[in-house]
Design a binder for this molecule. Structure first.
Ligand code: TXA
Ligand code: MG
Length: 324
C-alpha cells in the first residue's frame, strides 16, 4: 500500500528510482513520473490503464524550465504564462526531441504547466527533470482531489502519495494552444475563459468534439461515476421518481430538497458560489457513487465562468446515459 506523507525527499527518492508518486496540485492530484524517462512514462499509462493515444501534461517549476522542452514559445502564449502560471493553465507548445514520444502520443506539441501547490513546486525545484502527470485516477473515472481518493484506487500500485490536502480549484487545468495565430481552448478548466480573454483577447473554444485530433484525451465519455449519472431539471424529475419509488441521489448547485433524506443529496455550494462548487465537484460525485442510491441525478450549473467548466465535466460524466 502507498505511504501517505508530506516528505518531499521521500517523494524525490522514489521518482529518482523511476517509480511513480502521486502529487498534489491546485486542480487535482497527479500520478507523476520522470517525464524524460520512457520507462517511468510507460508505467504511468500502465498504472492508470490509460490508452497510449492520450498524451500527458509535463509539470515544470517555471517558465524558464518550460522553455527547455519547446522549440518555440509564441509571445501571446508567454503572456498567458506570465499572468496565469503558477496556476490551472496548460499550454500546448511545439516540443523538442528530448521529450519522449510516449509523453505526447507522437504529437508535435507537448502540454506544459506550472502547478500552483507549494509542496509540488518545491519538489519540482529539487528534481533534475520535469514530471509527466495525468490525473491520478483509473482512466475514465472521476479525478481525485484528496490523498484518500488516490489511495482508494491506486494505493496498491504506487509507493508514495505526497499529501498536500484537498485541492483548492478541484477541476483540471484549462488547456490552451494556438492555431493560425488564434488562441484556442481545447479543454475548459480551472482558468476561466474570461480571465484568458482579458489577457489575449477573443479565443476559440474547441472542447466539444468526440474525436478531437488536437487533444485525443478529450473523449465524450470521461470523468464518469460507475453508476448511471443523469442530467435533468431536478424540480421536475424528483417528484416523478419519488412516486415511482426509484432509488436515486441528487447533486445540486445550491438547492435543498426537504422531501429527500440528507444522505440522498449533496449541494456543491449552498451559497451558489461556482468556485466552491468546482472545488467540491469530484468529491461529491465520488461520495454519491459510493453511496446506496442506484442512480445519480444532477442539474447543470449556470453557464458562466467556472460553471462552463463544471458543466463540461457533468456532461462527460453523463455521456453514456439518458433519462428513461
Ligand atoms: O489539472 C490538470 O491538468 C491535471 C493535473 C494533474 O495537472 N492533469 C490532467 O491530466 O488533467 P490528464 O492526463 O488527466 O489530462 C490531460 C489532457 C489529456 O487528456 C490530453 O487530451 C491533453 O491533456 N493533452 C496532453 N498533451 C497533449 C498534447 N500534446 N496535445 C493535445 N492534448 C494534449
Ligand atoms: Mg484525467
Amino acid at each position: 500500500m502507498a505511504v501517505i506523507g508530506k516528505d518531499i525527499l521521500q517523494a524525490k527518492n522514489h521518482l529518482n528510482a523511476g517509480e511513480l508518486v502521486a502529487i498534489p496540485t491546485e486542480t487535482v492530484y497527479g500520478l507523476a513520473g520522470n517525464a524524460l524517462n520512457s520507462i517511468a512514462v510507460a508505467s504511468i499509462f500502465e498504472t492508470k490503464n490509460r490508452p497510449s493515444f492520450d498524451p500527458l501534461i509535463i509539470h515544470v517549476s517555471s517558465i524558464d524550465a518550460a522553455k527547455k522542452y519547446v522549440l518555440d514559445f509564441p509571445e501571446i502564449l508567454q503572456k498567458l504564462a506570465i499572468n496565469l502560471w503558477p496556476g490551472p493553465l496548460t499550454l500546448l507548445l511545439p516540443r523538442k526531441p528530448i521529450v519522449p514520444d510516449l509523453v505526447t502520443s507522437g504529437l508535435e506539441r507537448v502540454a506544459l504547466r506550472v502547478p500552483d501547490h507549494p509542496l509540488t513546486r518545491e519538489l519540482l525545484e529539487r528534481l533534475d527533470y520535469p514530471l509527466a502527470a495525468p490525473s491520478a485516477n483509473p482512466f475514465g473515472y472521476i479525478s481525485p482531489t484528496t490523498p484518500h481518493h488516490v489511495d482508494a484506487q491506486l494505493g496498491n500500485k504506487i509507493p508514495y502519495i505526497l499529501d498536500g490536502g484537498a485541492c483548492r480549484v478541484g477541476i483540471e487545468s484549462t488547456i490552451v494552444g494556438i492555431e493560425n495565430d488564434e488562441v484556442v481552448i481545447y479543454r475548459l478548466g480551472g482558468a476561466e475563459i474570461q480571465e484568458i480573454e482579458n489577457i489575449v483577447g477573443k479565443v476559440l473554444i474547441k472542447s466539444h468534439s468526440t474525436s478531437n485530433p488536437q487533444a485525443p484525451g478529450l473523449l465524450e465519455s470521461h470523468y464518469a461515476p460507475r453508476k448511471p449519472f443523469l442530467l435533468c431539471t431536478l424540480n421536475e424529475i424528483i417528484p416523478e421518481w419519488l412516486a415511482k419509488n426509484k432509488n436515486f441521489a441528487v447533486l445540486s448547485l445550491s438547492s435543498h430538497f426537504p422531501e429527500l433524506s440528507e444522505s440522498q443529496q449533496i449541494r456543491l455550494s449552498p451559497s451558489g458560489n461556482l468556485r466552491e462548487a468546482a472545488a467540491n465537484l469530484f468529491a461529491a460525485m465520488r461520495k454519491l457513487d459510493e453511496g446506496e442510491a442506484e442512480i445519480i441525478l444532477s442539474e447543470l450549473m449556470p453557464d458562466v465562468g467556472l460553471g462552463k467548466s463544471i458543466n463540461d465535466r457533468l456532461k462527460r460524466a453523463a455521456a453514456k446515459e439518458s433519462i428513461k
